[in-house]
Design a protein around this ligand. Structure first.
Ligand code: BES
Ligand code: ZN
Ligand code: ZN
Length: 487
C-alpha cells in the first residue's frame, strides 16, 4: 500500500496538513483560533465530501465536512475520508482527528477512515513518465490523532489488510485480458497464497479433464490459452467453528465466443473475472483477520474466445455433477464454469456457499451500475450476507428465484439450455441455472456483480476501473459467519 497509517495522541501532530473534521451544525463553534466567517465565505458548509484547505503560518489546515453531528454513518465517514485524501494527495503527510469526530465506534471509524483515504488514492495504469502525474502521488503518511492505544493500532493493521485485499482485487480486474491469461492469473494467486500461508491446489488442463469439469472445458475450447481451476484453503488456528465456501467467476476475457459481443464495451470484458478477484482479495486478508472459520475458495479460470474449434451454439456440455447443458448462446458462459465450481464446492459439504460473478447485463438493467443482485437459498444465510454488505458499505439488493421460471430454460435434448426463452428476467434465470448445481439443502447465496465490479468514474473511495467490489462484504461475512440453520 502506498500510504502508511500511524497514531498520535492529539492534533496538531507533525504533518504537512492538519485536517479537522467539522460538522455542518457546528460551523459557528469552531475551536478557538479558527475563523468560521472565512470558511463560510469560501462556500464551506461542512457537508460530506467537502474539504477546504487554508494556509496558516507555514502549515496547511484542512477542514473536512462531516455533515450533521448526529447522523453520520460509517459509509459517510469513509466518503469524508476519501474526499480528504483526494484534496491532500499532493502533500506528503496529513494528520487528522476524523476517527473521533462521530459516535461511530472506534474500530469501525478507523476502518472507514483507512479504507476511504487509501482506496481513494488507488492508481493503476501503464502510463509512461511523459504523461504520468507524479505530483498526485505525494501523500505517503497519515497520522490518526486521538489515541495511540494498541486497540487503535490493531484496528489500523486489520483495516490495512482489507485495503490491500481490495487493491489486489482491483489490480487483477484492471489487468488487460491479453496479459492476465488463466496461467498468469493462477500463478499470481499461487504467489499470494504462499505469502499469506494459504493452502492452494492448481488444476491444469489435464487435471480439469480428469475431474470432468465439462463447463470449464467447453468455454475454454475456443481459446489458445489453457484453463486453470484454483482451490484455496484458509484453516484457522485451533478448531474451526464452521466452513464457508467462496466461488468466483474467473473469465479473464469475455469476447462472447461465437455469439460474439459488439465492439462497444467489449474492452470492459477484461473485468469478467471480478468475482474471482473478490474471492482472492478477501482470502488474502485472512492471515491478518484470523477468523475462526475455515474458508475454501473455488476459482474456475478461462477466457471466452472464438478460435477454430470453439464451442458451437447447439453443443451440449456435461457438468461435474452429471447434468447436461445445451449451449444456445456462447456469451452466457459464466454459468457454465460456475456450474462446475458450485458442484465441486457442494461436494465438500460446507456450511454455506457464496458465489460472486459478473454474470448478467440484465442485473444492471434491474438495479443499475452500483448495486449487486443477491439471490439464493436459505433466508437466514441471505440475511447474513445482506447484513455483511451493509456493514461493509457495499450495496446489494435481493432478487427472487421463482421456481416457475425454470420452465424457461428447458431443452429438448439436454437437462437445460444455458439461456432462457423470451429474454426477460435474465438475472433471475441465470441465478436459477446456478441453483441446479448447488446440492439441495446447502445454504447458498449468489451475488451478481456485473454492475458494481467496475466504475466508469471516480466517487468517494471508488476509482474509475475495477472496484474490488465484494472483498469487504466477504471479509465481514467471514468475520461474523454462523452456520445457518437448514430450511
Ligand atoms: N460477462 C457478461 C455479463 C456482463 C455484462 C458483465 C455487462 C458486466 C457488464 C456475461 O458473460 C454475458 O455476456 N451475459 C449475457 C447473457 C445473455 C447472453 C443471456 C448478457 O448479460 O447479455
Ligand atoms: Zn458472456
Ligand atoms: Zn461473462
Amino acid at each position: 500500500m502506498t500510504i502508511s497509517f500511524t497514531t498520535a495522541r492529539r492534533l496538531p501532530a507533525n504533518a504537512a496538513v492538519v485536517a479537522y473534521g467539522i460538522n455542518s451544525d457546528k460551523l459557528n463553534s469552531l475551536p478557538t483560533g479558527f475563523n468560521s466567517a472565512q470558511l463560510k465565505k469560501l462556500g464551506f458548509k461542512g457537508e460530506i465530501g467537502q474539504v477546504q484547505i487554508l494556509p496558516e503560518g507555514n502549515k496547511l489546515l484542512a477542514f473536512v465536512g462531516l455533515g450533521e453531528s448526529k447522523e453520520i454513518s460509517p459509509t459517510q465517514l469513509r466518503s469524508a475520508a476519501a474526499a480528504l485524501a483526494r484534496a491532500t494527495r499532493r502533500h506528503s503527510s496529513v494528520a487528522t482527528d476524523l476517527i473521533f469526530k462521530s459516535d461511530i465506534e472506534t474500530t469501525q471509524a478507523v476502518q472507514s477512515v483507512v479504507e476511504g483515504m487509501a482506496l481513494a488514492l488507488y492508481k493503476f495504469d501503464y502510463k509512461s513518465s511523459s504523461t504520468r502525474n507524479k505530483e498526485d502521488e505525494a501523500l505517503k503518511k497519515v497520522i490518526l490523532a486521538g489515541s495511540t492505544s494498541s486497540a487503535t493500532n490493531s484496528a489500523i493493521s486489520k483495516a490495512t489488510a482489507v485495503v490491500e485485499g481490495v487493491m489486489l482485487a482491483r489490480d487483477l480486474v484492471n489487468e488487460p485480458g491479453g496479459s492476465l491469461t488463466p496461467q498468469v492469473f493462477a500463478r499470481k494467486v499461487t504467489n499470494m497464497a504462499k505469502e499469506k500461508g494459504l493452502a492452494i491446489k492448481v488444476m491444469d488442463e489435464a487435471a480439469i479433464k480428469k475431474a470432468g469439469l465439462g463447463g470449464l472445458l467447453g468455454v475454454n475450447r475456443g481459446s489458445d490459452n489453457p484453463p486453470r481451476f484454483v482451490e484455496l484453503t484458509y484453516r484457522p488456528k485451533g478448531k474451526a467453528k464452521a466452513t464457508l465456501a467462496l466461488v468466483g467467476k474467473g473469465i479473464t476475457f469475455d469476447s462472447g465466443g461465437l455469439s460474439i459481443k459488439p465492439w462497444q464495451g467489449m474492452s470492459e470484458m477484461k473485468t469478467d473475472m471480478g468475482g474471482a478477484a473478490a474471492v482472492i482479495g478477501a482470502m488474502s486478508t485472512l492471515s491478518s483477520i484470523e477468523p475462526k472459520v475455515r474458508v475454501k475458495g473455488y476459482l474456475p479460470m478461462t477466457d471466452n474466445m472464438l478460435g477454430g474449434d470453439a464451442t458451437r451454439p447447439g453443443d451440449v456440455l456435461k457438468i461435474r455433477n452429471g447434468k447436461t447443458i445445451e449451449v444456445i448462446n456462447t456469451d452466457a458462459e459464466g454459468r457454465l464454469i460456475l456450474a462446475d465450481a458450485l458442484s465441486l464446492a457442494s461436494e465438500a459439504k460446507p456450511d454455506a456457499i457464496i458465489d460472486l460473478a459478473t454474470l448478467t447485463g440484465a442485473c444492471m438493467v434491474a438495479l443499475g451500475a452500483d448495486i449487486a443482485g443477491l439471490m439464493g437459498k436459505n433466508d437466514s444465510f441471505l440475511n447474513q450476507v445482506e447484513k455483511a454488505a451493509e456493514d461493509a458499505g457495499e450495496k446489494v439488493w435481493q432478487l427472487p428465484l421463482p421456481d416457475d421460471y425454470k420452465d424457461l430454460y428447458k431443452s429438448p435434448i439436454a437437462d437445460m439450455k444455458n439461456i432462457s426463452a423470451g429474454g426477460y428476467g435474465g438475472a433471475l434465470t441465470a441465478g436459477l441455472i446456478l441453483s441446479e448445481f448447488v446440492t439441495e439443502g446447502i445454504p447458498w447465496a449468489h451475488l451478481d456483480i456485473a454492475g458494481p465490479a467496475r466504475a466508469d468514474k471516480d466517487s468517494a473511495e471508488i476509482v474509475e476501473g475495477g472496484t474490488g467490489f465484494g472483498v469487504r462484504t466477504l471479509v465481514k461475512l467471514i468475520q461474523t459467519f454462523e452456520s445457518p440453520k437448514p430450511e
